[in-house]
Design a protein. Structure first.
Lengths: 298, 298
């Protein structure tokens, strides 16, 4: 499956550029702007007739992005594109994966249906698969998932001497152990102590003596960053070395990034969501994943 | 077709209340909020099993509203609703009704398809039908259109002595003449003189002598309000009476409303889009239109 045209939704130019280069494909032009009344205007300035197209759009802060993305996919088909795929380095709406309270929207499923209707295939990086075993439980189109664990491990091995990898909870243990093994470092996971309905307290009792090691907190997503922030503070209070926070997707709601920096952490993310903390490049691995999709080509 | 539950998306409580009262129906509760990462959370706090549901959502500034609206419709079905209809007092994305330049998205069609997939029927007020003869050209579900012309005419008759109705262009003449006839007032339409590709100049030469009459500028939508603003200024410059601007849908992009008021106009709209200028109530007429939809009931 080799797209011959890549289209970058705003902010995704770097990823689209790397992908296009890997496939000797061209970058198509999409004009996207807002009318004064808030409606979106879109125009493809590239002939799409009988071409296989990949639209690149990371879906952090997704509500503003999904509607224009659906417009782009539908318009590409109308303009004669043979296949329209989606490369979403960050895939949104994966956390509401079950009806926790009666009447709740299971938005992971609704988004999967909208995207499955609009696109022929999907490639993404480490989607938040918690209660779903795989994307195929909710996506009806072929999907490929890129795993960032070994890239994160490489970064840690190169940049952190004497690391101790620390995962956020027991559910993350399998993933954390993979990162640690690849990085050649020991690991542990935090204990979350539930205090009532909403409050969760982190315990670092089971951390034991970090000693001369540098604590490296790893997680798939940093959103509010509360768990990481609390852990950073507890470690600092104990007099441990300044921790490094490493995540796949840095969403950084509100002032999450600034708070972590202020608490004394070094913060590093993969470039799935564009951010000043991006230090681990996943675009090359994304390009390889595209090649493994068995979708008919143009 | 009588819905037994009405759900108001945020800001549509008044319309939903009037509609529910007209049908002896209940107002269902929908909790809608944003997670810190910008994703939407929705929860119905009302049993929807085997009920016919109408979701009320005016679609001005539509990009933020359409995704949660689609989530609400899909979730209502999952929760067992028999039918899910949409009451959209203002229907967005009707102006991009053709591919004016190669490669453009015909967003009216894409939105129609998304809403037709999500809902069983649609009721709206004066959609901007320019190149489409009717909504059925793009909507595959039953639709009902409420016309505000006679309500606008009533308002003019009651509130403006000696009115001269003025339409924006020759294309609006049929609609303007209806309003004028119902209001028992004479009418005319402006001439638009095209200067190059983008600039349009209004001519009021064909207005003749307004005399003792009060100019009443009517239009279906006020968005940037440029045409109305220019006309108000030209009339004021001639020394005519302060004009009244009457529209169905007051979108008022940026400072459009303030500019019209500053130029000396009185501005009045129907309550399809909630705004301080709302003076013409269309909710009762909306309720009647619902009753004419032949969709099976619960």
């Amino acid at each position: 499956m080799t797209p011959s045209i890549f289209i970058a939704m705003p902010g995704n130019e770097a990823a689209a550029g790397t992908l296009a280069k890997a496939y000797g494909a061209t970058i198509g032009q999409l004009e996207l702007r807002a009318f004064p009344d808030g409606e979106s205007y879109l125009r493809f300035d590239t002939d799409l007739t009988r071409r296989t197209l990949a639209i690149v759009c990371s879906l952090d802060r997704p509500n503003d992005k999904i509607l224009p993305l659906l417009f782009a996919a539908a318009t590409a088909r109308e303009l004669g594109a043979a296949k329209v795929g989606l490369v979403a380095p960050y895939l949104a709406y994966m956390r509401q994966d079950r009806r926790f309270k009666p009447g709740e929207a299971v938005t992971s499923r609704e988004v999967a249906q909208l995207l499955s209707n609009a696109f022929d295939w999907l490639v993404t990086v480490d989607p938040h698969l918690h209660r779903y075993g795989s994307l195929s439980e909710i996506y009806s189109i072929p999907t490929r998932v890129v795993h960032a664990a070994s890239l994160m491990a490489d970064w840690i091995k190169t940049n952190v001497a004497n690391a101790l990898i620390i995962g956020p909870d027991s559910e993350s243990e399998q993933w954390v152990s993979t990162v640690a093994k690849d990085a050649g470092a020991p690991y542990t996971v935090l204990e979350k102590v539930r205090r009532g309905d909403r409050e969760v307290e982190i315990s670092i009792r089971n951390l034991g003596d970090v000693g001369e090691r540098t604590p490296v907190l790893v997680d798939d997503i940093i959103s509010t960053g509360r768990t990481m922030l609390e852990t950073v503070r507890l470690l600092k209070a104990r007099g441990d070395a300044a921790p490094v926070c490493v995540a796949v997707h840095g969403l950084f709601a509100a002032d999450a990034y600034e708070m972590l920096i202020k608490a004394g952490a070094r913060v590093v993310t993969c470039n799935t969501v564009r951010h000043t903390s991006n230090a681990i490049d996943v675009h090359g691995t994304l390009a390889k994943a595209l090649g493994t999709l068995s979708v008919s080509t143009d």
